[in-house]
Design a protein around this ligand. Sequence first.
Ligand SMILES: Cc1cc2nc3c(=O)[nH]c(=O)nc-3n(C[C@H](O)[C@H](O)[C@H](O)COP(=O)(O)OP(=O)(O)OC[C@H]3O[C@@H](n4cnc5c(N)ncnc54)[C@H](O)[C@@H]3O)c2cc1C
Length: 162
Amino acid sequence: MVSSIGGNVATNAGGPHCLKYGIITKHVLGLEIVTGTGEVVSVGGKAADRPGYDLTGTMVGNEGTFGLVTAITVRLLHLPEAVKTALASFASLVEASEAVSAIIAAGIIPAALEMLDDAMIGAINAAWARCIRTAPGRAAHRARRAARRGGGSGRESRGDLS
Ligand SMILES: Cc1cc2nc3c(=O)[nH]c(=O)nc-3n(C[C@H](O)[C@H](O)[C@H](O)COP(=O)(O)OP(=O)(O)OC[C@H]3O[C@@H](n4cnc5c(N)ncnc54)[C@H](O)[C@@H]3O)c2cc1C
């Protein structure tokens, strides 16, 4: 499933990365818009926090009602020094939610956090012949312990931690 950057700007979308990076309005510096009468209007520019009214902020999230966005200038971000992906299973949604709270409380802001319940895991396993385990393993305990220590477990890898 793919969305367009015009659609993202028009809906001020966030997605799973918005906890760390914020919603799209934080990243848009300037826009070119063609209005319903065919007029081409530019708002913002290449610099952040320009003086005057934040017309770019007004345009982001207007769902196409002010015009068609034909050019978008976005802010550049540094790539992270390293990326780790971890997958952990929990006995209940409550336990999973507690792990999320512990991770955030430990000062770790993940680039994305996605929680899947049994029904969703079943759908993914069925659609892609994956074998994501739903039973709780040692991973849940390790994730909480790592969060309490304020760092990674040292055993993270792409895939299941347990
Ligand atoms: C399964 C699913 C999960 C989603 N999860 C999230 C989420 O976690 N967080 C979140 O914030 N959103 C979420 N969304 C919403 C999603 O972010 C937006 O629907 C999507 O980003 C819009 O992009 P699109 O290209 O699909 O736009 P479209 O659906 O094609 O258009 C959306 C709106 O933008 C207008 N538009 C499109 N392009 C332009 C343009 N160039 N200029 C002016 N107007 C334009 C359209 O007229 C329409 O009103 C989800 C949507 C789905 C279907």
